[in-house]
Design a protein around this ligand. Structure first.
Ligand code: GLY
Length: 371
């Protein structure tokens, strides 16, 4: 099935979604009346190889763009890498009129957005996300960031892309584990904001969904519902004073597990794999603190443990994980603030949880592996 493009708008950031989304790139660039100081495309090896040729087929204006290439992966999301890119932009004469096109997953849009926010106090950029994680979450909403040591997204700016182009066909180039990782953000949006979508998703195990071609109507439904939901949240609370916190469901513990997994000897968790683990902990805390019914907690837990790879935190690692949780940004007056749910589709923000409760949630998560 062909998915016709439609336009969803975040304030002044249009999001073009669909099979001909990329055909709008030149029109948008033309409308920006750029000077002659250059267009740059930020890629990694994979997006240069698999996605750039597809983009260039649709955009004559990008044919002359200069490429900036980084290594894929979370290790590139550093201030040092931003410094390297700033030097490359400066050396090649980029000015305030220049444009950066981020072609890649969450690392590319977070880092590329960060670079544009800082370069000469802010230049324009476009996001063309090529992963499910990017298309359903990271490329939308103007959050840009790099990591500080092992702590995720500590340094960043709100700096919105001029436009976002979501071409689902790029997902055909993605390995299964990255598709599964992106599924976590779709599940998150369903759990906090769309009970109907959650009921649809929970009837289809993750492995079944991953076996569907991205052209399937169910992918279209999941992707557009998620983008529309995220769009609505960002329009209403761009700077995350209140409502946008709902998008942090599963992320407080998830970020810590993701960071911890980069330090231990096992294969590092992908962002969505860590968020899935974080959502199991958040479901437990929701049951304990905000009235999530036991059958809902169990349904969420079973769905996620069946769908995502097992990862456990042994008791010796708990202090290190707790240390990472405590450094999370979502703190107020020394208390860790969680986004929980009272039922699927009903988020509750700013719920304080103490360390004992968090340890209990991690214990619950570990127990699901042996259950
Ligand atoms: N990824 C969460 C947010 O954009 O707020």
């Amino acid at each position: 099935m062909k998915i016709p493009s439609r336009i969803i708008t975040i304030d002044r950031t249009p999001i073009y979604v669909g099979d001909n989304a990329l055909s709008f790139v030149d029109k948008v660039i033309r409308s920006m009346h750029l000077g002659h100081d250059g267009i740059y495309i930020l890629v990694d090896k994979n997006t240069r190889h698999y996605c750039l040729p597809v983009l260039l087929e649709q955009s004559a204006l990008l044919a002359g763009a200069r490429l900036l290439e980084i290594d894929g992966g979370e290790d590139s999301k550093t201030i040092a890498m931003a410094g390297k890119l700033w030097n490359e932009l400066l050396a090649s004469g980029a000015s305030r009129e220049s444009l950066l096109v981020n072609l890649g997953g969450g690392v590319i849009s977070d880092l590329g957005g960060f670079v544009t926010a800082g370069y000469k106090r802010g230049i324009n950029y476009l996001n063309i996300p090529t992963t499910l994680m990017g298309q359903s979450d990271a490329a939308i909403g103007g959050k840009t960031a790099v990591n500080l040591g092992s702590i995720k997204n500590q340094i960043g700016f709100f700096h919105a892309a001029k436009s976002v182009f979501i071409f689902p066909g790029f997902l055909n180039t993605l390995p299964k584990d990255h598709m599964r990782s992106g599924m976590a953000e779709i599940i998150k949006c369903a759990l906090v904001g769309n009970a109907r979508l959650w009921r649809r998703i929970r009837n289809h195990p993750v492995t079944e969904i991953l076996s569907l071609p991205v052209e399937h109507a169910f992918w279209h439904e999941m992707l557009t519902s998620t983008i529309k939901y995220k769009n609505m949240v960002v329009v209403r609370d761009y700077k995350e004073n209140k409502l946008r916190k709902v998008l942090n469901f599963g992320h407080t513990i998830g970020h810590a597990l993701e960071a911890y997994s980069l330090l231990d000897s096992r294969k590092p968790l992908l962002h969505g794999e860590a968020v899935a683990a974080g959502m199991i902990c958040a479901a437990y805390l929701s049951h304990k603190k905000t009235g999530l019914m036991a059958p809902d907690m169990e349904a969420i837990t079973t769905y996620l443990t069946d769908g995502f790879p097992a990862y456990s935190v042994d008791s010796l690692s708990m202090p290190a994980v707790m240390e990472l949780i405590v450094h999370d940004k979502k703190r107020k007056n020394g208390h860790l603030q969680f986004t929980l749910i009272s039922k699927p589709g009903n988020p509750v923000i700013n719920i304080s949880c103490d360390q004992e409760e968090i340890l209990e949630a991690l214990g619950f998560f570990n127990a699901t592996l042996s259950g």
